[in-house]
Design a protein. Structure first.
Length: 50
């Protein structure tokens, strides 16, 4: 998934197709969009969650 944060283009992998069903990837995309709307960088958020 490509997104912009602080004017920089970034990418976030949601998973490999057979392992992650399309419906789950779409849900993850929507969740990611909500985080971006709140001003949270997805890469930093993912690293903090791990």
């Amino acid at each position: 998934m490509k997104y912009r944060f602080d004017g920089k283009e970034k990418r976030l992998a949601l998973g490999v197709y057979p392992d992650v069903p399309l419906a789950l990837a779409r849900q993850q995309r929507e969740d990611s969009r909500q985080l971006l709307a709140r001003g949270i960088d997805l890469g930093v958020h993912r690293k903090a969650a791990a």
